[in-house]
Design a protein around this ligand. Structure first.
Ligand code: AMP
Length: 591
């Protein structure tokens, strides 16, 4: 792994107690790289810490001892990721494959393994306990630890990463069995404690409470750099591991970051607002239609063009005509941000039609004939080698207009409320979703949902939330899930905020069940806990303070609006956002 050799023995000796591993194995790698056991021990210590300041301190202590690839992998792993967000790699290992791998290495049936996971309600603890029991069982039979004897190599974070990257690269019919054998081998070489965190890592849910915010602060502390510089570099690079490596090199390296074609950047997000408030606070603002399609990011360098979905997955082959239209619109090297809608007989089609195109793998030509895809570009992040995200919107818009000959989303700049209301009315009349108001002096802030982009749409309040659990339905719905536990995010943790059981058609329940059925982590009575990945947009009448859910809030009359499979867990509502909405709602009531 990149040849990052540490100089002295026991750089992680501060962990004190080590699990009993074969001494010969320990000697081989301990002095050189971060063993996976050290990673697991670090996680174990962090898991016990509840205060953010102490967590930041402890993390920074570890970060400052790491280098190169080890530093990169540690930052990713400890925040529950394997690959950076821009990476095309997806691990593609669900709970089923994990159960199979564990079953293969212990004297237990698959049902025993699943039973233990259900009992514990946590994959990591269950796997740890299964391996511990196995160790004891073998010992009593043969008087020595079979598990230790099975070790053929000591795991380190670099080799674990390599194995997982190998998994992500596998394609085709035999890929599942090859993945299984890689994962089985990893567990065979893991001590129970390592297996606990390995299992959680494979589910990309480490449960130790290290969010991106804590990691940013820890990087700043470890390498004595300004946290705002860390944040800025993260926004541009979309890779905290890389940011840590630059921070280690020093302030200058960190300040000199550029976004790169084909490394997609997180999308800037909008929060709810009103025309009156936007004008009162800012004077003239830029108004654009809010198109109800799918977000895209288009990257072009020389003759190569690629297009990415809102979740930063590459969708170039699914949308050839959109790529062609955009290629025709510019001769420059660019990174563009926009929304693509589907049009039939001059009218926008529902958003689901566009999503279907994003997911399409076959019969793309036939689909192209059916509906016309129209991209609207509203921002430019990169032009001919120059990163533009720090420029104010009004300057980015000038670059956009100079670089593109077509496809630019029309914009009205005005401080006049009736002019902006007229634009809003026209947008709805033309079949679009509402209005976007943008602050002219604002930079492009990837991944940030702030006051610089405001969305205005009619109707109920809605929120995007992660589905983290479900309950089997009753009566004619007994074969599908009938209600769903939803969560918002807070510093990398998912916190429940309520359940939704209304607003679904029978077909939608079937479709949702089909998507979720292979992602059940554990089951208890009628309830299941789910691997979090699916996002629902839900409507609600009010937010209430509630002790019943971890978030401290609950939604009144929650209603399913639609699945947002264009959105990922990082796009869901934050606890802070809910607090703000709650505050606004309370002040509206009293005011
Ligand atoms: P929402 O998904 O409700 O949070 O609304 C924000 C989304 O509206 C963005 O992520 C875009 O996908 C979409 N959108 C549509 N038109 C625009 C526009 N003119 N500017 C920015 N975002 C837009």
């Amino acid at each position: 792994m990149g040849g990052d050799v540490k100089s002295s023995a026991g750089i992680f000796a501060f962990h004190g107690k080590r699990e009993s591993l074969s001494p010969s194995v320990e000697r081989i790698t301990w002095e050189r790289i971060m063993n996976f056991l050290d990673f697991a021990l670090t996680c174990e210590r962090l898991e016990r810490i509840s205060g953010r300041i102490e967590m930041t301190q402890q993390l920074s202590d570890v970060l400052s001892r790491l280098d190169g690839d080890d530093l990169r992998h540690f930052v990713h792993f400890v925040t529950g990721k394997i690959f950076p967000d821009w990476s095309p790699f997806k691990l593609g290992i669900g709970p089923n494959l994990l159960y199979d791998a564990i079953t293969l290495i212990v004297d237990a049936t698959r049902a025993d393994v699943i039973g233990e996971i259900n009992r514990r309600g946590d994959v990591g603890l269950a796997v740890q306990s299964i391996l511990e029991q196995k160790k004891v069982g073998k010992k009593s039979q043969k008087g020595s630890t079979i598990q230790t004897a099975l070790f053929s190599r000591q795991l380190d974070i670099g080799s674990v990463y390599d194995d997982l990257e190998r998994c992500a690269r596998l394609e085709g019919r035999s890929s599942q069995s090859e993945k299984l054998s890689i994962i089985q081998n990893l567990f065979q070489n893991a001590s129970p404690l390592e297996a606990k965190y390995l299992a959680r890592l494979l589910m990309e849910d480490l449960r130790i409470g290290v969010g991106e915010g804590t990691m940013r602060d820890a990087i700043a502390l470890a390498f004595s750099v300004d946290p705002t510089l860390v944040e800025h570099a993260y926004q541009a690079l979309n890779d905290l591991g890389e940011v840590a490596v630059l921070a280690k090199r020093g302030r200058e390296a960190l300040a000199d970051v550029h976004i790169l074609p084909f490394h997609p950047v997180k999308m800037m997000l909008a929060q709810q607002g009103s025309i009156e408030q936007a004008v009162a606070e800012n004077g003239a603002v830029a108004a654009e239609y809010k198109y109800d399609g799918s977000r895209f990011q288009f990257h072009k360098k020389g003759k190569i063009s690629r297009i990415y979905s809102r979740k930063l997955e590459e969708v170039t082959t699914a949308l050839p005509e959109v790529v062609e239209i955009l290629n025709r619109a510019t001769t420059h090297d660019v990174i563009l941000d926009g929304e693509v809608i589907a049009i039939k007989e001059g009218k926008p089609l529902p958003f689901q039609t566009v999503l279907r195109r994003f997911r399409r793998k076959y019969d793309i030509e036939a689909m192209q004939k059916e509906v016309m895809m129209q991209p609207y570009v509203f921002d430019i992040l990169y032009l001919d080698g120059t990163t533009l995200i720090d420029l104010p919107l009004r300057e980015r818009r000038m670059h956009l207009e100079s670089a593109l000959t077509s496809c630019i989303a029309p914009q009205t700049v005005s401080a006049d409320i009736s002019t902006l209301e007229e634009t809003y009315r026209r947008s709805l009349e033309d079949g679009h979703e509402g209005l976007m108001l943008k602050i002219l002096s604002s930079p492009y802030t990837p991944g940030i949902r702030g006051k610089n982009w405001l969305k205005i749409k009619p109707g109920v309040d809605t929120m995007d939330l992660a589905v983290i659990g479900a309950e089997w339905g009753e009566g004619k719905r007994a074969h599908v899930f009938g209600s769903f536990l939803l969560a918002c995010q807070d510093q990398g943790d998912l916190l429940a905020v309520g359940k939704v059981a209304t607003g679904f058609s029978e077909e939608q329940l079937l479709e949702v069940y089909d998507i979720l059925k292979d992602h059940v982590i554990s089951e208890s009575g009628k309830e299941v806990s789910l691997e979090p990945f699916l996002v629902f947009e839900v409507g609600y009448s009010e937010i209430q303070a509630s002790p019943n859910y971890e978030s401290g809030y609950a939604l009144r009359f929650p209603r399913f609006i639609r699945m947002r499979d264009d959105k990922g867990i990082s796009d869901i509502e934050t606890l802070e956002g809910i607090r703000e909405r709650f505050g606004r709602q309370s002040s509206q009531k009293t005011g």
